[in-house]
Design a protein around this ligand. Structure first.
Ligand code: SAH
Length: 505
């Protein structure tokens, strides 16, 4: 049976600028063939056994010639696979998607094209430049600046028409030919003072926009070392950028922030950094290992009605407990007369998603805060169950045991993901990093175990952000200096600590 090919437009770069349909295709693909302009983070959405094939480097330096790419896609589909051809922007805008689709049709292979936000429109938008505007341009023209080797395209370009039409001109792949582009336009009568913008890596955290005029465009591009991928915009709409530049004004725009949490836990921090225009770089220091065949947990669930309180202090504790409950054929109704306590808003959120509103969520999101709330209400008849991680802090168990019976059940363990050492070292040695965040004492310890104490000096140039006093203490015990501590022990407050600092400077 034949497979199917989806030519998917990945959009201009910002992770969230892909269509729902495009994302759906990525999630079901057996093979993804991608090139350098497609944001590679989409690959994380793919199935575990999906095959990834990188076929593109810089514009003039393709890893694979187009004919080979066409063949590869067709062959995988003929093997019966679902193939996604992921392309930056829109597949039919200078993406050679048309050629790929033609071949598929010729070979009788089923295909679909999923449009994407093309860079001359979406990229300009993020640079604060509307491609049309009633006062400036009533048409636009998207032109390739990369002539075919056989010279056909440059001859096809009607410079006289382009120079005299009033609309916005956007050249793609034009940097190498910038000199002849600007000369041709001026020669054919375009005003040499026409504003020009170079928009590089549009919609990404490293977007860079430089403005010039048609006359000095080439000179400016050389001086500013402008490289592909860059959009060259010619027209007075460029002037609107001063007023409409919303993207580069985001609080974390351009900031590289290392996030040290386990892959499962870091998503909300990563998402928030992205939304605020920053670039989150994840170092997964720990991985969560669930205790398999947890007989002890099963036994406690069987007699769950004997408990009067259950304390959860992490998302993982919640997920593992409720999964087991469901696996044993129960649901949340068996907990109906048990008080549920959550340390941390995130933990509370996961409890809610299991259909229960936690009874007690201490204002201070640490074990001490919970103890304060419980100490006057529990008595010797109470029984408290605490399903949680191995090697968690003793505080709450010790203190509550003075008042009533407390049962700890270990449900998971955070272990160091030592396979990531080289990756982690490589990341922290990148000179462009601005911040590193630590959201718990254990991540500090795990991170340092992972990179090795001998490499601690590599953190000297980084601003260290800590989630709260306990984490700060651990960081300082290693001789490192905390740059800022967040006011509350939450992810939001940690982000605020970074963005407030940027505002103050
Ligand atoms: N299919 C793509 C275009 C592919 S041609 C689309 O619809 O956007 C490749 C050229 O597109 C690059 O050389 C550059 O000029 C432009 N380009 C694509 N994405 C870009 C981005 N994020 N920032 C700047 N230019 C980009």
């Amino acid at each position: 049976m034949n497979g199917k090919v989806y030519l998917v437009g990945a959009g201009p770069g910002d992770y969230k600028l892909i269509t729902l349909k495009g994302l759906e295709c990525i999630r079901k693909a057996d093979v993804i063939v991608y090139d350098r302009l497609a944001n590679i983070n989409y690959l994380k959405e793919a199935k575990e056994d999906c095959e990834f094939i990188n076929v593109g480097k810089a514009s003039s330096n393709h890893l694979l010639p187009q004919d080979d790419i066409n063949r590869l896609i067709a062959d995988r589909a003929l093997e019966g696979k679902v193939v996604v051809r992921l392309k930056g922007g829109d597949p039919y805008v200078f993406g050679r998607g048309g050629e790929e689709a033609e071949l598929l049709r010729d070979e009788g292979i089923d295909f679909e094209v999923i449009p994407g936000i093309t860079s001359p429109i979406g990229g300009l938008c993020y640079a604060g430049i509307p491609i049309t505007h009633r006062d400036h341009a009533s048409s636009f023209h998207v032109i390739t600046g990369h002539p075919r080797k056989d010279g056909k395209e440059t001859k096809e370009i009607n410079w006289n028409a382009l120079a005299n039409v009033k609309g916005t001109l956007v050249f793609l792949m034009g940097i190498a030919n910038l000199k002849s582009i600007s000369e041709n336009l001026i020669k054919e009568g375009k005003d040499k003072n026409t504003p020009v913008a170079f928009v590089s890596w549009a919609t990404r955290y490293n977007q860079k926009v430089i403005t010039a005029t048609l006359e000095n465009a080439y000179e400016v591009a050389i001086k500013e070392e402008i490289k592909p991928p860059t959009l060259i915009v010619v027209g007075s709409v460029v002037n609107l950028r001063d007023k409409l530049n919303f993207f580069e004004e985001k609080p974390l725009f351009g900031k590289n922030i290392v996030v040290t949490r386990s892959r499962i836990q870091s998503s909300s921090l990563v998402e928030k950094i992205n939304d605020m225009g920053g670039n989150p770089i994840e170092i997964p220091t720990i991985k969560i290992e669930k205790i398999e065949n947890n007989i002890e947990l099963e036994n406690e669930i069987k007699q769950i009605q004997a408990y009067s309180y259950i304390i959860f202090s992490s998302k993982n504790a919640v997920e593992i407990f409720f999964d087991k409950l469901n696996e044993m054929g129960y649901d949340c109704r068996v907990l109906y007369n048990i008080k549920i306590c959550a340390v941390g808003l995130e933990t509370a959120k996961y409890i809610k998603s299991r259909g229960i509103n936690p009874d007690i969520v201490p204002k201070k999101y640490v074990a001490e805060g919970l103890y304060e709330e419980l100490k006057d209400i529990v008595n010797e008849n109470d029984r408290i169950l605490i399903p949680r991680a191995k090697n968690a802090r003793d505080f709450i168990i010790n203190k509550l045991s003075e008042k009533c019976s407390v049962k700890e059940v270990i449900t998971y363990e955070s272990v160091i993901d030592s396979s990531k050492k080289d990756e982690a070292l490589k990341i922290i040695q990148n000179e462009e990093l601005d911040y590193i965040t630590f959201a718990s004492s254990s991540t500090v310890k795990n991170f340092i175990t992972l990179i090795g104490e001998e490499n601690l000096n590599k953190l000297n140039d980084l601003k260290i952000i800590s989630i709260g006093p306990i984490t700060t203490k651990t960081i300082e015990e290693f001789g490192l200096k905390v740059y800022r501590e967040s006011e509350e022990a939450t992810i939001d407050s940690m982000i605020a600590a970074i963005s407030q600092e940027l505002v103050l400077n």
